[in-house]
Design a protein around this ligand. Structure first.
Ligand code: EPZ
Length: 420
């Protein structure tokens, strides 16, 4: 397994480009199953999860052509299977996002039941509850979700007990081709849900209210397709800003959008960062100063995103003062504390809160990645630590960060990938 070797202590400086958003590209790739024509999707990030989704579409019979800039042409008309197999779903839970589109378009779907992962049990009960409300018959058999419906799905008034990004996306895609109107109450408001809704509307759907807690979808008989450009990745953006803050650096990120991560920018300013923004860029300057500890609580958008929690924990680890980081979305998403403590951090876990007492610096060590964002926090810690840090199992990182070592090298980091 590849590893990342990092020699820390270098303040990040320079400019990099932000890639397209993984968590917008995944549902939009699933949405191609709804369309009766080839579609062109640009600004797709070159990530392992994207490759897995392309592989899944391919195994359903969908035609996918990738050009050298990772722009895709997708045509789902040759589809010949409605089964998302275990060996693909087990590597990427977001495969569940083909369930709603297959059911809405073809009237049946067999999707391997996605298991949990390092950060939590990751149930899909809200996805299934909503599809049943739209008239689907759903059984769990042999580790598969077996779903079918007689004729078209029917519009329904659905209340989601918990805010669920994937659940909202699955039901939104199913409702796009359902008979009549669907209203989704307590819908997720994440920018990636808005990007999916904008894409569906560009392809001929009728989705209103995206970005609010109430989605109104008027089903249409078919989607005509078109071109679409994926939004920038707000979590990649926040991760590089956090790395610059921890290393007391000065960076500029382009091809991003400051309006989709306001909560992160506010917390970084609280930590002492000087932040400037434009339509498609963000700059952060610590003026060589050590960050100040901040406290935060994760919650659904527009609150502080759970996908940025581990990264801010790493910043807090080397900040001045004590900060409390509370994780309210996933039951096991403070696991990076243990590896950070092995690098000299002082993090005490009290239930779903990490109490972080900042230290002047960390000590490099061999550490192991456990999930995507925890891995990012270990890289940030390695960038600021004295000595060498080796991050193992970085396939976790390759799922969500495009060319991470190249981008960090562009910012002056002493980091290289070594074959494991
Ligand atoms: C999406 O996961 C993201 N993944 C996650 O990003 C992100 O952390 C998460 O949303 C929260 O923002 C993608 O978009 C591919 P949820 P998802 O359904 O949709 C509970 C990353 O690092 N729940 O919003 O799986 C669930 O247990 C990844 O890029 C149910 O109870 O998350 C959790 O507590 C990690 N029943 C809460 O809702 C359900 O049916 C939020 O989960 C579904 C979810």
């Amino acid at each position: 397994m590849d590893k990342l070797k990092i020699s820390g202590g270098v303040p990040l400086a320079g400019e990099i480009r932000i890639s397209g958003a993984k968590n917008a590209a995944l549902p939009i790739l699933a949405a191609t199953l709804l369309v009766d024509a080839p579609v062109k999707i640009s600004n797709i990030p070159h990530l392992h999860d994207i490759t897995t989704m392309i592989e899944l579409l391919g195994c359903l019979g969908v035609y996918v052509m990738v050009d050298e800039k990772m722009n895709l042409e997708v045509d789902s008309r040759p589809l010949h299977s409605r089964t998302a197999p275990y060996d693909l779903v087990k590597t990427m839970r977001a495969s569940i996002l083909v369930l709603g589109p297959l059911l809405a378009k073809y009237g049946d779907a067999n999707v391997s039941f996605p298991g949990g992962c390092a950060i939590g049990s990751r149930p899909v009960d809200l996805h299934l509850q909503g599809l049943r409300a739209m008239g689907a018959d759903i059984d769990i058999d042999g580790g598969y979700i077996r779903a079918s419906c007689r004729g078209r799905l029917q519009g329904a008034h659905i209340l989601m007990d918990t805010v669920s990004v994937g659940g909202t996306e699955n039901l939104l895609m199913a409702a796009a081709l359902a008979e009549g109107q669907t209203i989704i109450e307590n819908a997720a408001r994440e920018p990636e849900v808005v990007d999916l809704a904008d894409c569906l509307n560009a392809w001929g759907a009728d989705v209103q209210g995206a970005g609010t807690a109430t989605l109104v979808i008027n089903g249409v008989p078919d989607l005509s397709g078109g071109d679409y450009q994926i939004m920038p990745d707000r979590i990649e953006t926040g991760t590089y800003l956090a790395a610059a803050a921890a290393t007391r650096g000065r960076v500029r990120l382009k091809d991003t959008d400051p309006h989709i991560l306001e909560s992160v920018l506010i917390k970084l300013e609280e930590a002492g960062a000087e932040i400037a923004t434009g339509d498609d860029w963000i700059s952060l300057d610590m003026q060589g100063r050590r960050p100040s500890a901040i406290s935060l609580k994760t919650a659904p958008y527009p609150a502080f995103p759970t996908d940025m929690q581990a990264q801010l924990t790493a910043v807090n680890a080397v900040s001045e003062g004590v900060g409390a980081i509370t994780e309210t979305i996933f039951e096991n998403r403070l696991i990076q504390a243990h590896e950070l403590n092995r690098m000299g951090a002082k993090i005490d876990l009290e239930g779903n809160t990490a109490i972080v007492t900042g230290v002047e610096t960390l000590k490099g060590a061999p550490v192991m990645a456990s999930d995507l964002r925890a891995s990012a926090s270990l890289v940030i810690a390695g960038l600021v630590a004295e000595g060498e840090t080796t991050v193992d199992r970085i396939y976790h990182i390759d799922r969500g960060y495009e060319c991470i070592e190249e981008k960090l090298q562009q910012l002056g980091a002493n980091i290289r990938r070594v074959p494991g």
